[in-house]
Design a binder for this molecule. Structure first.
Ligand code: BG6
Length: 495
């Protein structure tokens, strides 16, 4: 359990706080994982008082909480600890008042000066908030015997240059050890399990390399569109929203070397090494190895879907990509020559995130009489939904003669463990309160990921306008994405 603390939530009236942060805090409280001596200071620009803000949070938690319905007694105890603080980020005096308020709260709860600042605002507000926190003296790592930490939401920058700038701005005020950059994929149970699967078992690691692995596919498909985030998505697109962070993080976990210890720095060192081994693409490599797409009108199940350009707050001639597929190589001793195919998109046929390790075929066809050729082995990690791991191998079809067919061995979390997984935000917030930064991205890691994605974005700026929309909603992206992998004699796995 963390020490007593004050949790200061910037952007408390925003979407992320409603859907994720506050429900996760409630859930942690409900699970008795937070100390009684804690307070939540919700910061926003809108005119709420404590009561009206608590009422709004109750509505949000009732809708988005992992465990429903909300227990009124537990909620009352939790809600007592939420206070609303009106603050304009451009108002230095407001930050001074905030500092005073925190001192008072701290002495009331006996918080030992432990303060966690959580930035869930728009990215453009990060620098000014950080700067003001520093100016108001809320930056010192150790103060009154306690700690101060800052959690920064994604997107962390919009290209390499802006990420470096943002790192520098935040770094002027806080030390790296105080900074927790969130990529919520790292908090997902199934993602955390990748390391356990790889390094807690003895039999997979010896074959986890170029000798046995033919290629890796990482898919993060969403059936939802941009919902009410059209304006944000117009500026972001699939490459900034998902490829730079969630997909590259999954790639690092699949490709990294075993760290010597399970400590934050050891883990993150190994992840950074993987990103360094991915050579940034030249413009002609971008043309060859990256495909972008945008969905037009279509169908998902029996639901008619409007095209991206018809979504609210989206330009009717938008060139923003809602889909991206790319082929990367991790050029190191373990993986040289093994392609990693990554793809993500909105309004695809279904919601599914999966990592597929496709092994090489057997070297020699022994069962010549079989009606089917042996299929190469496959290991599929289903990150979500239907969380689990599938291993495909061939077996003899019962009967006379020797006929073989692929069969699956399938582990599902749901049936193996009779417990509910925590939401990624619960895991990450608790880790930040405990001071464990293993599941957060380090400054050099974020920059390294941007140095892979930025050349792609730059190459696109130089290219002719894309012919968007180039695939209907409810499909698996544009035909070029199939061509990208089929050109290498491979196919996307049907998920
Ligand atoms: C967010 C993206 O980081 O991840 C969203 O900004 C996306 O566009 C979301 O929908 C997906 O998260 P999850 O946990 O639902 O897979």
């Amino acid at each position: 359990m963390p020490d007593p603390f004050i949790f200061v939530l910037f952007g408390a009236t925003g979407d992320l706080s409603h859907r994720k942060v506050v429900p996760a805090l409630y859930q942690l409280w409900r699970s008795n994982l937070l100390p009684h001596e804690c307070m939540f200071v919700a910061i926003g620009r809108r005119p709420y008082d404590d009561e009206s803000f608590r009422a709004e949070m109750l509505t949000a938690v009732s809708q988005y909480s992992r465990v429903k319905p909300v227990d009124p007694t537990i909620w009352t105890e939790f809600a007592k600890r939420i206070v609303y603080f009106h603050l304009d980020f451009d108002d230095p005096a407001g930050f001074d008042q905030l500092a005073e308020r925190l001192t008072v709260i701290d002495s009331e709860i006996g918080g030992h000066g432990n303060e966690l600042f959580y930035l869930a605002t728009q990215e453009s507000a990060f620098p000014v908030i950080v700067q003001q926190l520093g100016r108001a003296g809320l930056d010192h790592e150790h103060h009154a015997g306690g700690w101060r930490r800052i959690v920064v939401e994604k997107p962390f920058g919009r290209d390499l240059e802006s990420a470096i700038r943002l790192n520098r701005e935040v770094g002027k005020v806080f030390r790296e050890s105080q900074i927790y950059r969130i990529d919520h994929y790292l908090g997902k149970e199934t993602v955390r399990n990748i390391l356990v699967f790889r390094f807690g078992n003895g039999i997979f690691e010896p074959i986890w390399n170029r000798r046995y692995v033919d290629h890796v596919q990482i898919t993060m498909a969403e059936s939802i569109g941009v919902e009410d985030r059209g304006a944000f998505y117009e500026e972001t697109g699939a490459s900034r929203d998902v490829l730079q962070n969630h997909l590259l993080q999954l790639l690092t976990l699949v490709a990294m070397e075993p760290p010597a210890t399970f400590e934050a720095e050891a883990l993150r060192d190994e992840k950074v090494k993987v990103l360094r081994a991915v050579t940034p693409m030249t413009p002609s490599e971008v043309r060859r190895d990256v495909v972008r797409g945008q969905y037009g009108a279509g169908w998902i199940g029996d639901r008619g879907i409007v095209g991206y350009r018809q979504e609210p707050n989206v330009d009717s001639e938008s060139e923003t990509e809602t889909f991206v597929a790319a082929k990367f190589e991790v050029d190191d001793w373990r993986w040289a020559g093994v392609p990693f195919y990554l793809r993500t998109g909105k309004r695809l046929a279904k919601r599914a995130t999966e990592i597929a390790i496709q092994f090489k075929p057997v070297p020699h066809r022994l069962f010549v009489d079989s009606k089917t050729d042996p299929e190469p082995n496959l290991l599929a990690m289903r990150i979500q939904p239907d969380e689990g791991i599938l291993l495909r191998f061939v077996a003899k079809v019962p009967g006379l003669g020797v006929d073989i067919r692929a069969v699956n061995m399938d582990f599902t979390y749901g049936s193996a463990f009779n417990v509910d997984s925590p939401d990624a935000y619960e895991t990450l917030i608790l880790d930040a309160l405990l001071g464990d930064s293993s599941l957060f991205t380090r400054a050099d890691e974020v920059e390294q990921a941007w140095s892979i994605v930025t050349p792609i974005l730059e190459a696109w700026v130089e290219e002719a306008e894309p012919d968007f929309p180039n695939h209907p909603a409810g499909t698996w992206g544009p035909e070029e994405a199939d061509a990208l992998i089929e050109h290498d004699g491979r196919r996307w796995r049907r998920i």
